[in-house]
Design a protein around this ligand. Structure first.
Ligand code: NAD
Length: 262
């Protein structure tokens, strides 16, 4: 165990199970000495998160649906009461109707467009606004994005649009909150085998393709994503904000698949 994050307290949003990217981050930051609170979406997820939280020494759990202002107010109120401050926040929350993560993008419905953007992008703004007063000594906010934001990826569809809006929000929030010493960044992993990842059409083929073609011939791991988060949350990340940090085995630099795979 290291102490890069000793004395720091953070909220982790988006742990659904032990394969969640948020869980990979939670484990890494806890190993570096951070104290954690977790938000979960509804009772069923709560039951799964409780033992995970306990395994990193946390009993601080709050039930948050990011479309419900009252649940957000209650969560940040609880953090204010118990801790009086927040040093970092992990926003690992996204949703789109699975039926629209396959087939043609042009068939995106108005209702799912709004819902996907609200949960996957607008929620970052909502949580940043609430975290702000708790970060009087400065802080670090991290969200999760994917390269489908600016390059077309099979069946990523409306999530690509939501991630483009999210990445832009990272830059605007970084500029807004910079004078108060709060940094805002995104980590952009390659495809991961999670609940949300599995909802995207052809997920297994995409996973195999990126693994076979990335310069490192490997996809991201929860440990490597967690390590990137440790850097961004620690004082070693002090001068980085508004950034999209890619953790994808280098896949994003390619113009074509490797010759052996053509
Ligand atoms: P996951 O299913 O483990 O996590 C998604 C989380 O979003 C869940 O905990 C779920 O409860 C939460 N969520 C959805 N709607 C919510 C709502 N209304 N209120 C509160 N919480 C809500 O999957 P994951 O892959 O770990 O996803 C975490 C983040 O990583 C997402 O932003 C996702 O887009 C991003 N990401 C995933 C991949 C991948 O391939 N899996 C790649 C790059 C980025």
């Amino acid at each position: 165990m290291g102490d890069l994050l000793k004395g720091k307290r953070g909220l982790v949003m988006g742990v659904a199970n032990d394969r969640s990217i948020a869980w990979g981050i939670a484990k890494a930051v806890a190993t570096e000495g951070a104290e954690l609170a977790f938000s979960y979406q509804g009772e069923a997820f709560g039951k799964r998160v409780e033992p995970l939280a306990a395994s990193v020494g946390s009993d601080f759990l709050v039930d948050v649906d990011v479309t419900d202002d009252a649940s957000l107010d209650a969560a940040f109120g609880a953090i204010g009461q118990r801790w009086g401050k927040l040093d970092f926040l992990v926003h690992a929350v996204a949703f789109s109707n699975k039926d629209e993560l396959t087939g043609r993008f042009m068939n995106t419905s108005r209702a799912n467009f709004k819902r996907s953007l609200e949960i996957s992008c607008y929620s970052l703004i909502e949580v940043a606004r609430r975290a702000h007063p708790l970060m009087a000594e400065g802080g670090s906010i991290i969200t999760l994005t994917y390269g489908g934001s600016n390059r077309v990826t099979p069946f990523y569809n409306v999530m690509g649009v939501a991630k483009a809006a999210l990445e832009s929000s990272v830059r605007y929030l970084a500029n807004d909150l910079g004078p108060d010493g709060i940094r805002v960044n995104a980590i952009s992993p390659g495809p991961m085998k999670t609940l949300a990842g599995a909802a995207i059409g052809g997920a297994r083929r995409t996973f195999r393709h990126t693994e076979a073609n990335a310069p490192l011939r490997a996809n991201a791991t929860l440990e490597a994503i967690g390590g990137t988060a440790v850097w961004l949350m620690s004082d070693w990340g002090a001068c980085t904000t508004g950034e999209i940090v890619t953790v994808d085995g280098g896949y994003h630099v390619l113009g074509m698949p490797q010759s052996e795979n053509l």
